[in-house]
Design a binder for this molecule. Sequence first.
Ligand code: FAD
Length: 398
Amino acid sequence: MEGLNMIDKKEKISFENTEVAFASKTNTDLKRAYWMFKIVASNSMVNIGTVLTRVALAIKFPINWLVKPTIFNHFCGGEDIEDCSASIEQLSTFGIGTILDFSVEGKHEEKNLDATAQEVIKTTHKAKGNSKIPFCVFKVTGVARFDLLQKISSEAELNENEKEEYKRVIDRVDLICKNAFEANTPLLIDAEESWIQQAIDNIAYSMMAKYNKKEAIIYNTLQLYRHDRLAFYKKSVEKAKTNGYLMGMKLVRGAYMEKERERATENKYENPIQPNKEASDRDFNKALEFSIQNIDFVSICAGTHNEKSTLYLTELMDKAAISKDDKRIYFAQLLGMSDHISFNLSQQGYNVAKYMPYGPVKEVMPYLIRRAKENTSVKGQTGRELGLIKKELKRRKL
Ligand SMILES: Cc1cc2nc3c(=O)[nH]c(=O)nc-3n(C[C@H](O)[C@H](O)[C@H](O)COP(=O)(O)OP(=O)(O)OC[C@H]3O[C@@H](n4cnc5c(N)ncnc54)[C@H](O)[C@@H]3O)c2cc1C
């Protein structure tokens, strides 16, 4: 990994300690997780499961009894905010924060978009003065119609109705940001498909200009699997410096790779995705370096399950003499994944938080299907989760 060799490795943090990694898991939890990842690791099982789930949803066959005690309980905090309390408390016992993520997707009607905005606002209220909830988060597609964002990103002229609609979107986002600002809780804006990302970036930067004068409250997200993003990041930071606001940035590799490639091929435009995994890894780590070099202007949240990048950030911090609990630097993972990273980082004194998706089981299904598919396609990830769970089961003599 680029740059790693230049850094003193004496104090390298280890992610191998499974006793720490699974300290919050009972024996039953651990066995359930083992079987769940075993099933998820099988491509055909996930494909069959996905089809059956879609059919069940279409014919309104109740699936809660199957999904809730298994995959839902593993990856989600609950069906509503209050349901999440036990998981929030449990994580906080181990020094890990929660990022409440209302995971209802794919709604288009204005009343649903308003309702989602209100729910995100509820999370800011829950976070106010609560150190167990260091961030809030939302997706712009939760409060805006996808096709509208696509039209804006294509730079086509909006008609009068669309202009009105866009104004309502900005009002919703502004209200969420204002509530986060008043709760003094940083707010992450997730990144999405490249063909709507321009509109999301525009909204995110206008909110930063408004709310990030003294502290980074609004965070945009940078997907380093896109080959143009590192240069874009550098330009954005220059712009923030010139205009007198601070930059908040969540750094991720990116979640829509297959979809991006397919669309680019189908519509015959240049693929926005890096040529290979190494290029994504390289740019992710360069973005970490750039952030540390500009830490007086930039606050980051490293959203990753990659051990090498995580380790690299701890080493960059060490080299720059930045304290482990400096609030400008956070590490984040998804609930139910990479506990060996989250728990070991937290035990060493770093700032760590987990995304905790929540929502009615039926509504959260698209999120769960994505997790299942991700854990199948990213074979290394499932293998790693299973290997660690097996190691811990053996250590507990189970
Ligand atoms: C807290 C958190 C928040 C997140 N928020 C977002 C978000 O807002 N938007 C979003 O899009 N994603 C988001 N993600 C998902 C993230 O983008 C990744 O999909 C996921 O975390 C896996 O990447 P990784 O860094 O953990 O590392 P790894 O497992 O090492 O990397 C896997 C990733 O590398 C990239 N990759 C794999 N193969 C190739 C290839 N052949 N060529 C180029 N690149 C390749 C892909 O991005 C793939 O997901 C988030 C993840 C976390 C943990």
